[in-house]
Each structure stands twice: as C-alpha cells, then as structure tokens.
Design a protein around this ligand. Sequence first.
Ligand code: LLP
Length: 435
Amino acid sequence: MKINEKGHLEIGGADCVGLAECFGTPLYVFDEAYIRRMMGVYRDTIEREYAGNGLVLYASKAFACEAIYAIAKQEKIGVDVVSGGELYTALRAGFPAQKIVMHGNNKLPHEICEALDAKIALIVVDSPSEADLIEAEAKKRGMVQDVLLRINPGVEAHTHAYVQTATPDSKFGFSVASGAAEMMTGYLLSKPHLRLHGYHCHIGSQIFEKQSFVLAVEKNLAFMAEMKAKFGFEADALNMGGGFGIWYAEGDAMIGAEGYAEYLKALLSTVKAGCKALGLRLPFVYLEPGRSIVGEAGITLYTVGAVKDIPGVRKYAAVDGGMFENPRYALYQSRYTAVIANRAAEENTELISIAGKCCESGDLIGVDFNLPKVERGDILAVLSTGAYNYSMASNYNRNPIPPAVLVKNGEAEYIVKPQTYEDLVRNDVLPDRLK
Ligand code: LLP
C-alpha cells in the first residue's frame, strides 16, 4: 500500500477513492499479489526446507469464495474446509478434491457424506461418534477414508481466549495428557474403513510466539513416538495447524513474507530434529495458515456519515458498515488501523472511535483511532481486514453483505457481487394466511 500523488491511499496499484467511486462502499478490497506471495512463500519453504514432503493448506474459513479457491489451485497449494458450504464452494471453483482436508468438531452426517463422495484427501476426526459415522459411510461406499486425529497437546498460546484452542477445556481435539488421544488412536486403528495417517493440532490464532508453535510440534512428535511404542503405529502425516499472527495496529509485529518463512522453517527444523531424536521417520507435513495469507491482503473501504462529538467523552465517526460486515470488535475487542483514504497524507490530529450503523452500542469497528479531522463523505480505509471479516459477515439489521473486489496491477474486479434487497428476501416465505 502507498499514498499516491493525489494524497490518496493505494492498494495493489488501485486508488482507494477511485475504487469507492466505482464500486461503492462498504467494499472489501483484496490485493491479489499479496495473497499469491503468501501462498507461494509457504509452498516454497516446504519445497526448499523439507524436500517438498508436505502441503500448505489455506484455511479457507479466513475468507472463502470461489476466486480464492481458484487462486489456491493455481498456486498449487491445498485447502482446509470446515463445512459442507466451504467444500461446495471449493469444488464449484474446480478445486482438486485430493488437496482438500476437512475439519470441524461436529461435522454433520451429510457433510461427512459430501466429503466421502467428493473423495477429499483427509478428514480430521474430532469425536468418537464421528469416527463411527465416517466408518459406516465409508463401508457403505466400499471405500477406506484417510483420516488424521485432532489432538490437544495442551499448549497455552497468548491470544484472545476465544481463539485459543489447546487449553484443557477446549471443545477441540483429544487431550494427550488425559489419555484420550491415545484411546482414540487405538479406536481409529481398529476401524477397517478408516486409514489413520497421523495427527493434527492447532493451538489457536493470532499468535506471535514462535516458541508456542515449536512446543506444540515437539509434543506432537513425542506423542507420535509413544503411539509407535504402544500400537506399533508410525504416523506418516503431521498437520501443524495455523495461527500465525498478523499486523493490525501499532504494537503488532510486521512479520512479512520472509518472516513467515522463518516461522515455518523453525517448525520444519523441529520436525526434522525431533524425528531424528525419537527414531521416527519424517512425516508428510501440513500447515494451515488462514489469517497470514489473506489478512493483510485485505482492506475495507467505508464512507463516513454522521460525526458526533460528545464533549469530554468521545468523538464518533459512523460509517456505512459495522458489525454485520466486521464483527471482530464486538467479538474480540479487536484493534485495527484506519486511514482517511482521500486525505491519506494529512497529519493525525484527532482521536476518533469508528461506529457502525447497526442498532447496538457495541457496534464499533474500533475505538480511539488516530486520524485527521474526519468529515461526512470521507472515504475511510480500515486495514488488515482480509481475514475473518467477510467470512463472518451476516445480514444483521437486514444490511446487505458488501461486495469484494480483487485488485491486480491497479485493476479491480468483483469476486463477490453486492447483495441486493432482493437477495435479503430470497428465502423468506409469506404464507397465504398472512397476506
Ligand atoms: N486450522 C484450524 C484447525 C483452525 O481452527 C484455524 C482457525 C486455522 C487452521 C487457521 O488459523 P489462522 O492461520 O487463520 O490463525 N474468527 C477469529 C479466528 C478464528 C480462528 C479459527 N480457526 C478471528 O477473527 O480472529
């Protein structure tokens, strides 16, 4: 991103003010080059540091639409899906099933059938009854499904409690410490229509400490060695999850493509050293980054409407978006950086909180942004909104979900069209007796 000669913010060579004029606001904007660079960096690091014996899976819950699956396909990486809807979208975009891995703590019976019928690469098992369901459905189809077991290595990660996943009371995975992971290993090995390949763990999201990831991998390897001793089962796959943190605001590290490569390199070194020490063969590795691939690639453009100064309390600028298109402040008190895109070079003089247009006091994009004087009609850009914004959007207050555009070399095109009022009522039914 840069500021152009007009003093406007630019993303991927496109003027943000021009984008707002052309496509309207609110608008999600994605920089294609950034996404491709991040996918490529992870892919190439596995190639270089681990002889290509692994696959990056883009965690598509971060941002899913047909275009992103098409880009992942072109970049020759895999994807992780967590619902029938994500799987459907990926397949519709022509994504190869043999590079799809399915997650979820409560995969629905029909989602399991959809995954089996599509012949996806792996299902990551997260409950005993789910193992029974997959076994029964695979048997019906006369097939053997490749699976991983999601384990909980009990690694504390420093991030928001809602996005920690490897704490003792997590709903995800099977605890190594309690013996549940071992019990499940035996259980999966006893199923004739499941082929257990190894383990998956994901300790949480928006995590910066390399050490937490390294520790999780070490615990995973130690558990693999235990299972080899106990069952004679030597895992041939290890999925290290996602979770690398990104820059949102002052105080966050700006890791950059090379920095993420270093994170992955550290994990791969841990796998190599750990396997050597424990006498294990090197497993095929998976990494599941979501946020670090699309988060910093995206921004959201808004038009400022009402500006309200409550003397001695706070100054609000309300935008045409809100928690329906970015619920992250409401959910996690997340922080962001904002720029007035039409006066991006101006000095910051005010502390302003950005409110949405929903009928709730908690509907904020964030509090206390440093900005120049904000006025009605300004185009406000909120940065690092590429992950978990569009994907968590809703129609709250019957607001249409904004469109998304993909920018490449200064040119922008829709990858998600704007919803219309007609879309909002598409599934409404008005029974005759109510007319
Ligand atoms: N793998 C698994 C099994 C996951 O559960 C997740 C994220 C990922 C990979 C990708 O993690 P990432 O690289 O994106 O950190 N809505 C929250 C984030 C929820 C993350 C859920 N799982 C937010 O807006 O911060």
